[in-house]
Design a protein around this ligand. Structure first.
Ligand code: NAP
Length: 246
């Protein structure tokens, strides 16, 4: 895979899966915009990748705020002159059974996980259409396909991403853009480390390969879909879940 001269923006890129994706792109020559709600964390990750040789910038961005999204994309294009790859990775959980779920927790998850993908995709498409080239990869989840008790907001946001992915893929397929999703299963990150040990052990029983995934497992699939080699693949979801859902 060769990303030399390409520009990739990764939302929620400061840590976890986003950080790993950024590392993969950096290794293969891309210029990187690390966009994260935490400016300090974005700076730290951008700094680490720059000291390993990549050209990077840190962008403070809450993906659910349209004014910040518009400015972030303007800043990235001003800095690098183009945008080839957008990874819509930023996401949160605010779990609770449907009867107990607060409206504000529903809204927060939908706004960041789903509206954020819409807002960022809209700005990216404007740039990519002019270039006649672009790759958008959205991070969904296995729970979009299986459901998960306690995650009505999260699973709905991730299922929404799948529909959004297919629609934007159809709208811009003839303009040199591909839009795909990666649906991770249970991946070891801060998000899943926060779960109780008994929940983690129960989860493990449902994974045929018998282990949790790593951030690199997800980044490998994302890197392929973001590469020029994946030009005939659009509107698809790649499942990275150790067989948990098939
Ligand atoms: P993570 O470790 O919590 O990282 C998420 C990153 O997104 C953090 O840097 C976070 O910043 C940032 N972020 C949160 N809200 C944001 C916002 N409004 N705007 C911009 N950035 C924001 O999570 P992860 O496990 O790497 O998950 C990454 C993606 O994969 C998410 O979309 C998640 O739903 C999806 N996913 C994860 C798993 C898994 O098992 N880990 C499975 C399926 C799907 P702060 O830390 O400052 O909040």
């Amino acid at each position: 895979m060769d990303f030399k001269g390409q520009v990739a923006m990764i939302t929620g890129g400061a840590r976890g899966i986003g950080r790993s994706i950024a590392g993969h792109f950096a290794k293969h020559g891309a210029n990187l915009a690390i966009a994260d709600v935490s400016e300090d964390a974005a700076r730290e990750t951008a700094g680490e990748l720059a000291s390993a040789g990549a050209k990077t910038m840190a962008v403070k961005l809450d993906v659910s705020k349209s004014d910040q999204v518009v400015k972030a994309f303007e800043d990235v294009v001003k800095e690098f002159g183009r945008l080839d790859i957008l990874i819509n990775n930023a996401g949160i959980t605010k779990d609770g059974l449907v009867l107990r779920m607060k409206e504000e927790d529903w809204d927060a998850v939908i706004n960041i996980n789903l509206k954020g993908v819409f807002l960022c995709s809209k700005e990216a498409v404007k740039v990519m259409v002019k270039q006649k080239y672009g790759r958008i990869v959205n991070i969904a989840s296995v729970v979009a396909f299986m459901g998960n008790p306690g995650q009505v907001n999260y699973s709905a946001s991730k299922a929404g991403i799948v529909g959004l992915t297919k629609t934007v893929a159809r709208e811009y397929a003839s303009r040199g853009l591909t839009v795909n999703a990666v649906a991770p299963g249970f991946i070891s990150t801060a998000m899943t480390d926060a779960l109780a040990e008994n929940v983690r052990q129960e989860m493990l029983k449902s994974i045929p390969v018998g282990k949790f995934g790593t951030v690199d497992d997800v980044a490998n699939a994302v890197s392929f879909l973001a590469s020029a080699d994946a030009g005939y693949i659009t509107g698809q979801v790649i499942h990275v879940n150790g067989g948990m859902y098939m």
